[in-house]
Design a protein around this ligand. Sequence first.
Ligand SMILES: [Zn+2]
Length: 227
Amino acid sequence: MLPAGVSHFTPTLALHVFDAPEPGPTALVQAGIHGDEIAGVHALAELLEEGIRPSHGRLIVVPVMNPPAYRARERTRVGGLDLNRCFPGDATAPEPERRLARMFMDLVLSERPALVVTLHESRKRYDPAVTPSFGQTIVYGVENRPPIVDRTIAALNARFTDGAEQFVPLYYPVATSSTEVIVGAVDCVGLCIETWSGFAEARRIEMQRATVEILLDDIGVRRAPRG
Ligand SMILES: [Zn+2]
């Protein structure tokens, strides 16, 4: 298990670990696995700057999963692999993405999170007739949709009421993605949050923030004290 505080997988890849005063589940939230999908990266940076803390259990925040890709504002590092297709990874591989994927797998196996959330963005507006198209969806890869998906979408759609901003659930398993491999390994709830990159950046950041906060409240890592 990681100690509370800030750890690093590489000098620019930080993991922020917060332990709550009360016992509870662990939630792992990550962004920037694709470097051109920036809203989630900035959403997590804002939440960290504002001092987000768990009330129960443990919260692990990884704001930038793929720093070289993020700096390039590209899906991958220049000349690199798609990190989200490298799971479960390989500690001895020559490619840094495969080694990094293995480090994350080992982290997940050690931390046993109840919830793993990956923040993505999509250039394509969701259209049931177009596969793949993801903006705005909560993507899951197990056949029985986790109930937290519908609750989160209901809360999001009550807040983002414009028709184009509404979220829908989407079943779209990808065998080698971080989410599916992690869910298969530790039997957690694994979700990808996809905002549509056609919206203004500030609005997308707001949506990603709201999604993270709703999910943490729902899973019980961030719970209001009982009055
Ligand atoms: Zn992505």
